[in-house]
Design a protein around this ligand. Sequence first.
Ligand SMILES: Cc1cc2nc3c(=O)[nH]c(=O)nc-3n(C[C@H](O)[C@H](O)[C@H](O)COP(=O)(O)O)c2cc1C
Length: 138
Amino acid sequence: MPLHHLIYLSTPTIAFTPPQLRELLRECRANNAKHELTGVLFYGKQHFMQLIEGEEQEVHALYNHLQHDTRHDNLIKIADKPIQARAFADWSMAFQCLDAGTAEAGIQDLESVVLSLPALAAADALLLETVRQRLLAE
Ligand SMILES: Cc1cc2nc3c(=O)[nH]c(=O)nc-3n(C[C@H](O)[C@H](O)[C@H](O)COP(=O)(O)O)c2cc1C
């Protein structure tokens, strides 16, 4: 089955509390495992950035759901294409927070973000890193 990935940015519509972030993560883990989706989700006060990878139909089905989720809006798709291999082995360790202030949620802070994964094409790692730097600078 050909693999696909999609990267988007969005704006949170609410200020997520650590329990709300944990609840979102729990929801993502359960659903994504069922649909063999993997990836990474970054959260900052002003933005989400998410990379979703898996079978094309599953990736697009999730993106459709996401477009109707009122917890964020202004979705901007920045990548939507076939990939050779998954860059993220699972979802569970891949929730990264842009805001060190929510470290109490047990979410890794910015320093520990690793985007130079062997399976992530150099151009994609560069794209994610560039966007991440831009978001951090805001
Ligand atoms: C920023 C953000 C990222 C999300 N990421 C995922 C995800 O990776 N996987 C997932 O199943 N749901 C994710 N959700 C939740 C979905 O929008 C939706 O609530 C979930 O798929 C359950 O949908 P359902 O209640 O219609 O089954 C995310 C929501 C937000 C706001």
